[in-house]
Ligand binder design. Structure first.
Ligand SMILES: *Cc1c(COP(=O)(O)O)cnc(C)c1O
Length: 409
C-alpha cells in the first residue's frame, strides 16, 4: 500500500519527463570527467555543468593543502563549533573572510557553515522571527525559499529584479523588522540582482539586505570578493552568504555581517549550534583556496572566464539567428552561467541526451527548479575550458538541431 502510493507518484513524474537520477563520476571535477551514463557505461565527457568556475577543485595545490590538513588534524571535527569542533583553521578562514568584506560591511565578522543551504536556513530562521517580514525575490534559490518557510516571519514575494514591486510591498508592510532576501547572481539564469537599488530601498525602509552570493564569490569583482565588490557597495545593513563549494573549489559556506549580527547568529542559529563542524583539513585547504582566488591565479582565471563568455555568447547568438524558428533564447547573463532557454521538458531532455551522445554533458533543468515552459540547458563555463572546448559545444548544438526538428515536425 505505502510503496504503491509512492510508485504512483514516481510514475506521474516519469510521465512529465521529470524523473531525476544521480550519475557516478569516476574521476575528479574537471572539464573532462569520466561519468557513468544511463546505459551503465563509463565515458569521458566534456562537462559544461559544474560550478567550479575557477577550475580550483582540481588544483594540485588544494589537493596538497587538504593532504597537509589531514596530516595535521586527522579526519572529522568531532563536535559542533560551540562544543569543540571549532579549530584554529576554522578561525583563520573566518578571520580572512572578515578581512575580505571589511571594505563592504563595517565591523565585518564571518561565521562558517558546512553548506550554503545550511547557512541560508540559519540566517532566515534566526533573523526571521515573529516580528519580522521577509521580502523574497521570485527567483531565489531553493535554500532561501526553504529558509523563509522555516522562519516564523511572514513572507512576501516580489517579482524578478522588480525594484518598483519590492518598493510597493515594503511600503505596505507594518512589520517592525524587514528582511530583503535575494540571490546576487541567479543560479538558473546567470543575471545579477540590482543590489544598489535594493540597498537604497533597504535604507529607505530601514530593512536588512540579505544577499546570497553563491555564484559571485571568486568570479565577480576585481579581486574575486564577489558581487558586493562588483558594485562597490558598503553598508552595515548587508548580510552576505557565500558558499565555498563552487568557485572556491572545496566545500562549506559562511555568513558575513556586522559583528552584532554574527554574534546573534551564533546564539540563535539552530543549525550552527546543533550540527557538527566541517573537517579542519577542509578549512586549512580553504585558506589556500582563498589565497589563490585573490592572487595571480584568480586574476588570470577571471580574465579567462571573460574571454570564454564572450566567445560563447557570440557563437550562440549566431546559432540562434540561424535557427530562429526553434524559439530558443540565450539568457541575459554576464557571468559564466549561460543558460539556453529551450521551453518544454521533453525537448530539453532530448537535447541534453543528443549532446551527451556527442560526448558533451550539459544538464537540462526543468520545473520546479525553473518555471514551467522555461526548461533550459544550464551551461556553465570554467576557466579551465579552452576555446576549442567552447567551439565543440557550439558545433555539438548545431549538430543536434536537425534531429530535434524531425521529432517536432
Ligand atoms: C548552490 C547554492 C546554494 C547552496 O550552497 P551549498 O554550499 O551547495 O549548499 C545556496 N544558494 C545558491 C544561490 C546556490 O546556488
Amino acid at each position: 500500500m505505502l510503496l504503491e502510493h509512492l510508485d504512483r507518484k514516481l510514475q506521474a513524474l516519469r510521465a512529465q519527463d521529470l524523473s531525476r537520477f544521480t550519475r557516478i563520476a569516476e574521476t575528479g571535477t574537471a572539464p573532462r570527467q569520466t561519468v557513468v551514463g544511463a546505459d551503465g557505461v563509463a565515458r569521458e565527457l566534456l562537462m559544461f555543468c559544474s560550478n567550479d568556475y575557477l577550475g580550483l577543485a582540481a588544483h594540485p595545490e588544494l589537493a596538497q593543502a587538504l593532504a597537509e590538513g589531514a596530516r595535521r588534524w586527522g579526519g572529522g571535527s568531532g563536535a559542533s563549533p560551540l562544543v569543540s569542533g571549532h579549530s584554529r583553521a576554522h578561525h583563520e578562514v573566518e578571520a580572512e573572510l572578515a578581512r575580505w568584506f571589511a571594505p563592504h560591511i563595517p565591523q565585518a565578522r564571518a561565521i562558517g557553515f558546512c553548506t550554503g543551504y545550511m547557512a541560508n536556513l540559519a540566517v532566515l530562521g534566526a533573523l526571521g522571527d515573529a516580528e519580522a517580514e521577509i521580502f523574497s525575490e521570485a527567483l531565489n534559490h531553493a535554500s532561501l525559499i526553504d529558509g523563509a518557510r522555516l522562519a516564523k516571519a511572514r513572507v512576501s514575494r516580489y517579482g524578478h529584479c522588480d525594484v518598483a514591486g519590492l518598493r510597493a510591498v515594503l511600503a505596505a508592510s507594518t512589520a517592525r523588522i524587514k528582511l530583503i532576501v535575494t540571490d546576487a547572481v541567479f543560479s538558473m539564469d546567470g543575471d545579477i540582482a540590482p543590489l544598489p537599488e535594493l540597498l537604497a530601498l533597504a535604507q529607505e525602509f530601514d530593512a536588512w539586505l540579505i544577499v546570497d552570493d553563491a555564484h559571485g564569490l571568486g568570479v565577480l569583482g576585481e579581486s574575486g570578493v564577489g558581487t558586493l565588490e562588483h558594485f562597490g557597495l558598503r553598508s552595515e545593513r548587508l548580510i552576505l552568504v557565500g558558499t565555498l563549494g563552487k568557485a572556491a573549489g572545496l566545500a562549506g559556506a559562511f555568513v558575513v555581517a556586522h559583528e552584532t549580527v554574527s554574534h546573534y547568529l551564533l546564539q540563535a542559529a539552530r543549525n550552527y549550534i546543533f550540527s557538527t563542524a566541517s573537517p579542519p583539513a577542509v578549512e586549512q585547504a580553504l585558506l589556500h583556496s582563498l589565497a589563490l582566488i585573490r592572487g595571480e591565479t584568480g586574476r588570470e582565471r577571471r580574465a579567462r572566464l571573460q574571454t570564454l563568455q564572450t566567445q560563447l555568447r557570440a557563437g550562440m547568438q549566431a546559432l540562434l539567428a540561424r535557427h530562429a524558428h526553434l524559439g530558443w533564447r540565450l539568457a541575459e547573463s554576464h557571468t559564466p552561467l549561460q543558460p539556453l532557454i529551450v521551453g518544454g521538458n521533453a525537448e530539453v531532455m532530448q537535447l541534453a541526451a543528443a549532446l551527451e551522445a556527442q560526448g558533451l554533458r550539459v544538464p537540462g533543468i526543468r520545473p520546479p527548479t525553473v518555471p514551467a515552459g522555461q526548461a533550459r540547458l544550464r551551461i556553465t563555463l570554467c576557466a579551465t575550458h579552452t576555446e576549442a572546448d567552447v567551439d565543440r559545444l557550439l558545433a555539438g548544438l548545431e549538430a543536434c538541431i536537425p534531429t530535434l526538428s524531425e521529432v517536432a515536425a
